[in-house]
Design a protein around this ligand. Structure first.
Ligand SMILES: Cc1ncc(C[n+]2csc(CCOP(=O)(O)OP(=O)(O)O)c2C)c(N)n1
Ligand SMILES: CC(=O)[C@@H](O)[C@H](O)COP(=O)(O)O
Ligand SMILES: [Mg+2]
Length: 591
C-alpha cells in the first residue's frame, strides 16, 4: 500500500485509485489527509475546508469519470484533494505561491478543472447551463456535478439556480457539503433548515430529488450513493454532512482560525494591517454614535467586523454570502435612520454594483462602504484581486471615494465619513500599514484635495499616489534621489470628488505627472485625473502606472507588486526611463 509521501509524488494516479476495492478508499483518504496537513502547515492555504472534503472527493472520482464528467467546485477553496487525485500532488507544496499551483480550480492547470473559481455560489448556475447545453447536443452520458458548501448554497445566485433547475427538471447533481459552517459560523434560515430536513423539504418543493443526510466521511457509503445517482435523470441533491478540519484536532476545535492558514515558511506580519485598524476604529465609532450599525457578508474576521460583533452583537449583521443583499439591506437601515457601515472585500463588492447604484446613490442615502483587500491580493489569485472597484464606481454621482495611506488616515477618514450626508466608499489594501515609517503629520481632510508627502524646489516631476501605493512611492523617491532626479509626491486621498481648481493649478506646474494606483489603469483614476487637464493650454505629460494585466496571478503582496511593476524600485525605474525618453525626445525635436 502507498505511503503518505508517495500520494503527493503521483505514484498512484487516478486510474490506480479507481482500480482499488471501495473499502480501501478510507485508507487512501487517511494517508492523503496526513500528507496534506504536513504540506499545508509549511506552505499555508485553505486548511479546514479541505480536510473535510477528502473522502467525498475520492468517492466522486472513484465513481464518475473526470474529465468526461464535470466536477464544479463552488468557490473552489476545497478542491485540494481533487488536485492531488488529478496528478498535481508533486506541485502541491507550491500552492498559492507565485508560479505555483492555484488555490482554486483553474482550467489552465488541468483538464479536470472546469471553471476558474474563487467567488461563491455560482456552481449551480454554471452546472445548469452545461447540462442545458449538453441536452441540446444530446450528450446525455456526461454528468455535471456541482459540489457546494452549506454557506455557498445560501448565496442569492444559488437560490436563483435551484429555482431554475427545479423548474426545468435539468439532471444536475448537487453535492451539498454541509459542515454547518461558513468561514464564520453558519447563519440564516437555510442553515437552520438543513439541520432538520424532513421528507418534504425546501429542495423537494423546488422539484429536486433529495437524498440525505449521509455521512460525508464514509467512502464506501458515498460510492454506493454516487453509483445510484448516475442513473437519476432529474435534479438531484445529495446532502452530505462533513466536519470542517476533520482529522486535525486543532482545526476541528477552531475551524475558523484554520480556514486559511499562513505557512511556517511564510513571513508573519510585523505591523498591524489596515483591517486591524479599521476593526478598532469601527468599535470606536459605534461607541461614539448609538446609531452606528455594521454589516458583513460572511466575512466578519476578514473585514474586522468581528470585534464589534463580539462587543455589540445587536448592532452587527452577518447576512451570509449575500453582497447584493448586504448593500440593499444597508439602504433600508439607512432609510430607517441608521448610520451604516458595510464592510466588504473589494472583489466581492463586484456582486453589488447595481445595489450601490440603484439602492444607495439613486436614493441619495448616506452610508459608508469599506473595501478591504482593494488592490493586489496575496494568495488567492485572479478571482480575488481588488482592482476593478475604482473603474466600476468612480463615475457614480452622490459618492465620495477615499483611499487612506496610513492607519491614522484610515481612522480619520472613517470618522469624517460618518459625518457626511452621502455615500462614502473607503478602499484599502491587504497590507501592513506603514505608520511607523512615516514622518508626515496627519492633516485634516479637505474635500477633493491631496496632501504633499515630499516636496523639493524645482521638481519637474510630480508623482501622485493613491492609498497604499504612497509608501512604494516614498521608496521610489530614495532611488530617484540617488540618480539626481528631483520629484514631488502628492498623496491624493480622494479618488472622487476631485477639486478641479486645486488639481488643475497643481498639475500645470510640472512637465511630467505620474499617477499611481493599485487598480486597473484602463478606466482608472489616473486617466480621470488627466482628463481634468484636457482643456488646459499648458498640459504636462502623463504616465499612468497601475495594474495593466487585470488577471493577476497568485503570490505574496511583494511578488504581485513586482509583477505589476508597482514596487518602489520598479516605479523609480519606470519614472526615470520615461523621463529620460522625454528628455531625449525634446533634444531631438530641437535639433
Ligand atoms: C461572493 C463571495 N463572497 C464571499 C466569499 C468568501 N468565502 C470563501 S469560502 C466562504 C465560506 C464558504 O462556506 P461553505 O460554502 O459552507 O464552504 P466550507 O468552507 O464550509 O467548506 C466564504 C464566505 C467568496 N469566496 N465569494
Ligand atoms: C476562498 C475565499 O474567498 C476566502 O477564504 C479567502 O481566501 C479569504 O481571504 P483572506 O485570507 O484574505 O481573508
Ligand atoms: Mg460550510
Amino acid at each position: 500500500m502507498m505511503n503518505n509521501n508517495e500520494i503527493l509524488e503521483g505514484k498512484f494516479p487516478l486510474a490506480y485509485i479507481k482500480s482499488l476495492p471501495a473499502q480501501q478508499l478510507a485508507d487512501v483518504a487517511q494517508r492523503m489527509r496526513s500528507a496534506m496537513v504536513e504540506s499545508l502547515l509549511e506552505s499555508g492555504g485553505h486548511f479546514s475546508s479541505n480536510l473535510g472534503t477528502i473522502e467525498l472527493t475520492l468517492a466522486l472520482h472513484y465513481v464518475f469519470n473526470s474529465p468526461r464528467d464535470k466536477f464544479l467546485f463552488d468557490v473552489g477553496h476545497q478542491c485540494y484533494a481533487h488536485k492531488i487525485i488529478t496528478g498535481r500532488g508533486e506541485a502541491f507544496a507550491s500552492i498559492r505561491q507565485f508560479g505555483g499551483l492555484s488555490g482554486f480550480t483553474r482550467p489552465q492547470e488541468s483538464e479536470h478543472d472546469i471553471l476558474s473559481s474563487g467567488h461563491a455560489s455560482v456552481s449551480l448556475s454554471v452546472a445548469a447551463g452545461m447540462v442545458a447545453g449538453q441536452a441540446l447536443e444530446m450528450r446525455k452520458q456526461e454528468r455535471v456535478l456541482a459540489i457546494i458548501g452549506d454557506a455557498g448554497l445560501s448565496g442569492g445566485i444559488a437560490f436563483e439556480a435551484l429555482n431554475h433547475i427545479g423548474a426545468m427538471g435539468l439532471p444536475v447533481i448537487v453535492i451539498l457539503n454541509d459542515n454547518q459552517m461558513s468561514i464564520a459560523p453558519g447563519c440564516g434560515a437555510l442553515h437552520e433548515h438543513l439541520a432538520i430536513l424532513e421528507d418534504r423539504n425546501f429542495f423537494t418543493t423546488l422539484g429536486f430529488e433529495y437524498w440525505g443526510d449521509y455521512d460525508g466521511h464514509d467512502c464506501a457509503l458515498m460510492v454506493d450513493l454516487f453509483t445510484k445517482a448516475k442513473a437519476v435523470q432529474r435534479p438531484l441533491l445529495i446532502h452530505l454532512k462533513t466536519q470542517k478540519g476533520k482529522g486535525y484536532p486543532a482545526a476541528e476545535i477552531d475551524p475558523i482560525a484554520y480556514h486559511g492558514i499562513t505557512g511556517k515558511g511564510q513571513a508573519k506580519a510585523s505591523a498591524p494591517s489596515y483591517t486591524q485598524i479599521f476593526s478598532e476604529a469601527l468599535v470606536g465609532l459605534a461607541q461614539k454614535h448609538e446609531d452606528v450599525v455594521a454589516i458583513t457578508a460572511a466575512m466578519p474576521s476578514g473585514t474586522g467586523v468581528d470585534k464589534l460583533e463580539k462587543l455589540m452583537p445587536q448592532r452587527c449583521y452577518d447576512v451570509g454570502i449575500a453582497e447584493q443583499h448586504a448593500v440593499a439591506f444597508a439602504s433600508g437601515l439607512a432609510l430607517a435612520g441608521k448610520r451604516v457601515v458595510v464592510a466588504l472585500y473589494a472583489t466581492f463588492l463586484q456582486r453589488a454594483v447595481d445595489q450601490v447604484i440603484h439602492d444607495v446613490v439613486m436614493q441619495r442615502l448616506p452610508m459608508i462602504i469599506t473595501l478591504d483587500r482593494a488592490g493586489v491580493v496575496a494568495g488567492d489569485g485572479e478571482s480575488h484581486q481588488g482592482v476593478y472597484d475604482i473603474a466600476l464606481l468612480q463615475s457614480l454621482p452622490n459618492l465620495i471615494f477615499l483611499a487612506p495611506a496610513s492607519g491614522e488616515e484610515l481612522k480619520l477618514m472613517l470618522s469624517w465619513a460618518s459625518e457626511q450626508s452621502t455615500l462614502v466608499v473607503i478602499r484599502y489594501a491587504k497590507a501592513e500599514i506603514p505608520d511607523a515609517q512615516l514622518k508626515i503629520p496627519l492633516e485634516p481632510l479637505v474635500l477633493g484635495v491631496g496632501v504633499f508627502w515630499h516636496r523639493v524646489e524645482d521638481a519637474a516631476i510630480l508623482l501622485v499616489s493613491l492609498g497604499s501605493l504612497a509608501i512604494e512611492v516614498e521608496r521610489a523617491i530614495e532611488y530617484l534621489g540617488e540618480r539626481n532626479i528631483a520629484v514631488d509626491h502628492c498623496h491624493a486621498r480622494f479618488i472622487k470628488p476631485l477639486n478641479v481648481e486645486y488639481w488643475q493649478s497643481l498639475l500645470a506646474k510640472y512637465s511630467l505627472v505620474v499617477t499611481l494606483e493599485e487598480a486597473v489603469v484602463d478606466g482608472g483614476w489616473g486617466v480621470q485625473l488627466a482628463s481634468l487637464m484636457s482643456m488646459a493650454q499648458e498640459r504636462p505629460r502623463f504616465l499612468h502606472l497601475g495594474v495593466e494585466s487585470s488577471l493577476l496571478p497568485h503570490g505574496s503582496r511583494d511578488d504581485l507588486l513586482r509583477f505589476c511593476q508597482l514596487d518602489g524600485t520598479s516605479i523609480a525605474q519606470r519614472v526615470a526611463s520615461y523621463y529620460q525618453y522625454l528628455d531625449d525626445k525634446s533634444s531631438a525635436d530641437v535639433v
